[in-house]
Write a protein that binds this ligand. Structure first.
Ligand code: GLC
Length: 700
């Protein structure tokens, strides 16, 4: 072991290290105790050596201890821009920032001045001035923190932990390597990409129907209505209030008949009550998290005193999964796991005591809450997902979670917790969503319109006009605030929101293909602008304009003078409606083809039979794009039941030929009706519609 000279704290280089993949090295501190960290929740497969770390390897973690804390410092040199850290409040670029990994119910992101939020991703990505990039994972669930400057420093309250370092030529490659280690998302159901209407809470069931009807009457394309806690009987999970929701199946049928899906909330806290099935079962089997004395821990949440399933135990996860069977059979389509930091009321820490006990199992050692707190939500959603899949084996599960941990994107999408109707928080939702994507979680978004406080017509219009280009699009608001559905703000706001949501639905062929990309290689759906040109330093801090996939730049209307990548990113307009002053400006990458569908009112009606291909040629007169489509809800795509097309454009003289070629999948679909929207600096020129796979266009 080499001691680093000149260091007062006595840092030491790794005791052991190896390469686990091309450009991926693992470093172990001396005294490393695997039982305190493994099996790791982060990695899909246990890390294995494929060879030695070369002497040329640049980034070498240095390990130390101080005041009982385990410390790792990674000197990275000057000029690095930092990103990642998972769910963070504050700027996109993380230089000089500290993040605390201790999942916290953080209303308005105010806990520890925004240093601590609902999820933990002990992960940093660094991008050097020349565009090369690296990433660092601290494989550690214990309470910890990270700071980023010329050194990256992780500090943990638990025992010494190993560190994985990824070294690559570009941020793209770093993200691909990260998600090779942590896994890719499953294909989400297509409906989960639609517009979703939520509130705490729509009740009774007649109100839910009214909301669904209003969405259709007002012609707001939409796919999902959400049921928050008030559908339950006294907030007891897996129950329905007999008066307010007497017939859940009937309600879900009503929604399904109108092409809506129904998502319902399930929290982890189980009301302590004799005779309540869930509490009785968990108590009889002794499934609860224990306090330091070994008694079932009781903490208060919505139902009052609650027990908490010990999700570190495989048998508890299995039992939890079984609870979903009858529940899903009422026609529930998706599940919302909330309060799973876990949040506890009436205690200063807003969570369980750190010395609570978890039993582990399946290779996982028993341990304190200090070790397992950050993966409480992670293990919960893992169990939920498995249970939902058992209940409906032929449907892609949809779980939304508030709390999670690095790697937990394999089990659930996420929203960024309790924000507020505040323009500053609307703006902050961009870097937050981007950094989550840069941490391997591509499927996320904020409460559109803001959760706390009253939204204004202007704010809802602004937020919806940009929010429709986020991966997850849900309007949600807190009890006691003014109604936040688009039609409650008057005709003008309704029109603005409808136009924005129409555009989301028209872009679905493009957006769904981006989810397919995330499923294949882990690339985020929403990306920071610097991904357009990683060598251009002027893009590195841009956090108002962003990219949806690689080809579409979104500039919110409220944004100031945003940075722009070089080249002819020409403006596209998805439909010829008069400018309302709110819609985000969209720009298309030179050399790309963006597929746009006809307007549909929901994803059941949505189809790609008639497509407009927006073509923005590169200086060589060429462009390419991709369209992926499948049945949207089942797993048959895994057996080749899909169609994957490549669109190409090439120029000969004055003639541009645009071709759609099937490039994968067994689906044989009828030829599409196509037209090309030829995107230039002077506007868009359309070809007439024609049926077939080739469109020829004569340039003026
Ligand atoms: C939490 C959630 C919020 C939900 C509320 C009531 O605050 O973050 O989205 O509406 O609980 O269930």
């Amino acid at each position: 072991m080499a001691l680093i000279l000149g260091s007062s704290m006595g840092y030491a280089l790794a005791d052991q290290s190896y390469m686990t993949d091309n450009g991926v090295a693992v470093f172990y501190p001396s005294g490393y105790d695997a039982a305190q960290h493994e099996p790791s929740p982060i990695f899909v497969n246990e890390l294995k050596s494929v060879g030695d770390v070369s002497t040329e390897w640049n980034l070498r973690p240095e390990f130390s201890t101080s005041d009982g804390k385990s410390i790792v410092r990674i000197p990275v040199g000057e000029g690095v821009d930092f990103y990642g850290n998972g769910e963070v409040a504050g700027p996109l670029r993380r230089n000089g920032k500290e993040v605390r990994f201790w999942n916290t119910d953080a209303p308005k992101y105010e806990a520890d001045e925004g240093r601590r939020l609902y999820q933990s991703h002990p992960w940093v990505m660094g991008v050097r001035p020349d565009g090369t990039a690296f990433g660092v994972i601290a494989d550690n669930t214990w309470k910890s923190s990270v700071t980023m400057d010329e050194d990256i420093v992780f500090e943990s309250e638990g025992p010494a932990f190993r560190v994985v370092v990824i070294e690559k030529e570009s941020p793209d490659e770093v993200l691909k390597a990260l998600t090779d280690l942590t896994g890719h998302i499953e294909m989400p159901p297509l409906w989960a990409l639609g517009y979703q209407q939520c509130r705490w809470s729509y009740f009774p069931d007649t109100r839910v129907k009214e909301i669904a009807d209003s969405l259709r009457i007002n012609k707001i394309p939409s796919d999902v209505i959400w049921m928050d806690i008030d559908y339950m009987d006294k907030f007891k999970i897996f129950t329905f209030d007999k008066e307010k929701f007497p017939d859940p199946k009937g309600l879900n049928d009503y929604l399904h008949d109108r092409n809506f899906k129904a998502v319902y909330m399930i929290d982890p806290g189980v009301k302590v009550e004799e005779g309540y099935r869930v509490d009785d079962q968990g108590t009889a089997a002794d499934y609860w998290v224990k306090d330091a004395s070994g008694k079932p821990y009781v903490g208060e949440v919505w139902p009052g005193p609650c027990h908490f399933p010990d999700f570190t135990r495989p048998e508890v996860r299995e039992w939890w999964g079984t609870l979903y069977k009858d529940y899903m059979a009422t026609g529930i389509d998706g599940v919302w796991n909330d309060m799973n930091e876990p949040a506890i009321f009436n205690v200063e820490t807003s969570t369980m005591p750190e010395d609570n006990r978890h039993l582990g199992g399946g290779g996982l050692a028993p341990g304190s809450h200090l070790r397992y707190h950050n993966v409480y939500g992670y293990n919960m959603v893992k169990a939920s997902r498995d249970g939902i899949l058992d209940a409906n084996p032929y449907k892609r599960p949809f779980v939304l979670t508030r709390s999670n941990f690095l790697g937990g994107h394999r089990y659930a999408a996420t929203w960024t917790g309790d924000n507020a109707s505040d323009p500053a928080l609307m703006k902050m939702s961009i870097p937050m969503t981007l950094n989550l994507g840069l941490s391997g979680q591509p499927f996320n978004g904020p409460d559109i319109g803001g959760f706390f406080d009253d939204c204004t017509p202007e704010l809802l219009a602004q937020w919806t006009s940009m929010g429709v280009y986020f991966p997850f699009v849900r309007n949600h608001s807190a009890a006691g605030t003014r109604s936040q559905e688009p039609w409650t703000f008057g005709a003008e706001t309704l029109d603005v929101c409808r136009t924005a949501i129409n555009r989301r639905y028209r872009l679905l062929p493009y957006i769904y293909t981006r989810f397919r990309e995330a499923y294949e290689d882990g690339m985020p759906v929403m990306r920071p602008l610097f991904f357009a040109d990683v060598k251009d330093p002027s893009l590195r801090r841009e956090q108002e304009a962003f990219l949806l996939g690689g080809d579409l730049m979104v500039v919110p209307r409220w944004a100031g003078n945003t940075a722009r990548p070089s080249g002819n990113w020409n403006k596209i307009v998805l439909e010829d409606t008069p400018d309302d002053g709110f819609q985000a400006n969209l720009y298309q990458r030179p050399g790309s083809i963006i597929p746009v569908a006809e307007l549909s009112q929901n994803t059941t009606e949505y189809n790609t039979d008639k497509l407009t291909l927006f073509v923005n040629l590169d200086p060589d007169g060429k462009a390419t794009g991709r369209i992926y489509e499948d049945a949207g809800e089942s797993f048959e795509f895994r057996d080749g039941e899909y169609a994957d097309y490549i669109a190409t454009a090439s120029t000969h003289g004055n003639e541009v030929t645009v071709k759609l070629t099937q490039n994968g999948g067994k689906w044989k679909k009828a030829p599409k009706s196509l037209r090309v929207g030829f995107v230039t600096t002077n506007g868009i020129e359309y070809t007439p519609w024609s049926i077939g796979d080739t469109v020829v266009f004569k340039k003026m």
